[in-house]
Design a protein around this ligand. Structure first.
Ligand code: GYE
Length: 304
């Protein structure tokens, strides 16, 4: 069958073919994620077909259809947005090809369309960012926040906004005065921040859904003659190298970690399936948070 070892016993790992449909190369996180997945499959001696959808759902759907046509054993993908996957996932199901979601979830009523979802708890990440803000501004009377959102419709953008709003919503001194997507890119973060600085004279805090947008915001803040990390505080999510460097340099104030190192776990899921086993339906990535001091300490040992 196309579906690995399920009915004919396990295949040798070097006979397996896995198709991976990546979101794009929009951020430092994504680059680290791609590298880690490619390295893990190489180590395991499993063939990986890789495609980059350039942040477009239609490209990802095309890539998945092409993997189905090629009769790969498994498909893994990180859905650029949450909705609109049922049709193509039903095609994979009909072809007997198990699908693994990595990093981002789909919003579908039918959870038989995928084997497992392997990745972070983005609501929790948003809450951790919010909790830091509540502590940091404990003595303030009014806190004007601007939010740089991730890709519209993407699980991490939706959930990081939700978790954050829930925590800061408990005190009405916190106000999100502007919120707009920067598409998880540095250029997007910079452009949106420039516009926000023009229309909002009194910004206390930037909450960016990833490091790259925070790094773009730093450029805009400096260009406006303000000091990032002091005049305007910044909290981001990811903890990739450049973000951690900016945190250690005092330009970012706090980072919630989101680990891109999903390769080994994805290989484990594939080999469990190949052996006829059933992986957990949800595999949550473990992660921490970093202050400026912790970033200085952690930086030398970071892998990405
Ligand atoms: O935080 C961001 C990337 O899906 C968790 O996508 C991922 C997010 C990550 O572009 O940097």
């Amino acid at each position: 069958t196309a579906a690995g070892g399920t009915s004919e016993g396990p295949k040798a790992l070097d006979e397996l073919v896995v198709g991976f449909a990546q979101v794009g190369a929009e951020s430092g996180w994504r680059t680290a994620n791609t590298k880690d997945i490619q390295a893990a499959f190489k180590d395991a001696d499993i063939e990986l077909k890789f495609s980059d959808a350039q942040q477009k759902q239609e490209n990802q759907i095309k890539a998945i259809r092409s993997y189905i046509q090629q009769g790969v054993d498994y498909i893994a993908f990180s859905p650029v947005v949450e909705t609109g996957w049922d049709a193509v996932l039903n095609e994979a199901k009909a072809a007997g090809i198990p699908v693994v979601l990595t990093d981002r979830a789909v919003d579908s009523k039918d959870d038989s369309l995928y084997v497992t979802f392997l990745g972070s708890d983005f609501i929790e990440e948003g809450k951790k960012a919010g909790e830091w803000v509540v502590d940091e501004f404990a003595d303030a009377d009014k806190v004007n926040i601007v939010q740089l959102e991730g890709t519209t419709g993407a699980a991490p953008a939706i959930d990081r906004a939700e978790g954050f709003a829930e925590v800061i919503g408990a005190d009405d001194k916190f106000e999100i005065v502007a919120s707009q997507t920067g598409d998880f890119t540095r250029a997007g973060g910079k452009q949106v921040m420039e516009a926000m600085l023009k229309s909002n004279p009194d910004i206390d805090l930037v909450y960016a859904h990833n490091d790259d947008m925070g790094l773009g915001a730093i450029e805009a803040i400096e260009a406006a003659g303000l000091v990032p990390g002091k005049d305007i505080k910044i909290v981001t999510v990811d903890a990739v190298h450049d973000g951690m460097q900016a945190l250690a340099d005092g330009k970012i104030n706090f980072i919630v970690e989101c680990s891109p190192l999903l390769g080994k776990q994805l290989v484990d899921v594939i080999s469990t399936l190949n052996d006829g086993g059933t992986p957990e339906k949800r595999i949550v990535t473990e992660e921490t948070t970093f202050t400026q001091e912790q970033a200085v300490e952690a930086l030398p040992d970071r892998q990405y």
